[in-house]
Design a protein around this ligand. Sequence first.
Ligand SMILES: [Zn+2]
Length: 76
Amino acid sequence: MPWCDSCSAYHAPTALDGGSCPTCGGVVTDNTPHDHEDDRTVGQSAPWHFWIVVVALAAYLLWRAIVGVMWALERF
Ligand SMILES: [Zn+2]
């Protein structure tokens, strides 16, 4: 949907005056949904099982770090 920043309003594609705003003549940007597929992907929250994997991985790496430090301390 064509959007005019100056008017803060949407305009019908057919009402555009040669690609510019029919009201103020300013620049109109096309805000059609297909231009915002990336925004939808970013804004979408991760599924719950994704966070279980993240937490499990973090706990595993933390455990490995502790074990590594303990192993190093025993060597000295
Ligand atoms: Zn305008």
